[in-house]
Design a protein around this ligand. Structure first.
Ligand SMILES: [Zn+2]
Ligand SMILES: [Zn+2]
Length: 197
């Protein structure tokens, strides 16, 4: 356990444990580094905005929230920087420790999701999982600057958008760019030798 508290922990001490009680909060949560997908992340410099409503119900605290953030990445075809605004919501029930659903003999063991119940830690609820799900499950694995991005010319690495229409039709110089330097060197060392041998 790290000494630093998770920015996603929220203390509900303000909310009386009486069904029907409700409180609203506007939170700005600093995204940890690396919050997102490998190619598309929530910028740590821009806080995640969470409009949180907590309601007391008999078994715990029901959290409903609107979550807004901006994801940054680069187009997987042309490497152009891109960003996407995300606006999602979630509803999640956090059980009081005292009313945590137990794996009793009565409960069907094969019942799905039983282990996924979120339980409060004292008065605290941990919003990381629902926030992460709301933001990240909706991000594209391979972000594109636009759906029909043409990417880069594989030979010269220039964006197709910035190249003339006939580019590539006549083909690039037959010499692969990676070998051009070697060929020159070979020429210097063996003047008069047949190139390419
Ligand atoms: Zn692109
Ligand atoms: Zn090219």
């Amino acid at each position: 356990m790290s000494a630093k508290k998770s920015p996603f922990l929220f203390n509900c001490y303000d909310l009386p444990r009486r069904a029907g009680e409700m409180r609203e909060f506007e939170l700005n949560i600093d995204a940890p580094d690396d919050f997102g997908l490998p190619l598309f992340k929530i910028d740590p410099a821009t806080p995640i905005e969470v409009d949180l409503t907590i309601s007391a119900v008999s078994e715990g605290v029901l959290a409903t929230a609107e979550v807004r953030a901006t994801a940054h990445g680069e187009c997987t075809r042309c490497l152009e920087p891109i960003e996407q605004d995300i606006d999602q919501s979630f509803t999640e029930l956090f059980y009081y420790q005292s009313s945590r659903p137990s794996r009793s003999k009565a409960a069907a063991p094969e019942e799905l999701g039983e282990d996924d119940n979120l339980v409060m830690d004292g008065d605290e609820i941990d919003l990381e999982l629902p926030v992460r799900d709301a933001l990240i499950l909706n991000l594209p694995l391979n972000p594109l600057c636009r759906p029909d991005c043409q990417g880069l010319c594989p030979d010269c690495g220039v964006k197709w958008d910035e190249l003339p229409g006939d580019h590539g039709e006549s083909g690039h110089d037959k010499t692969d760019i990676r070998w051009a330097g070697l060929e020159k060197l070979q020429e210097q060392m063996n003047p008069g030798a047949e190139p390419g041998l």
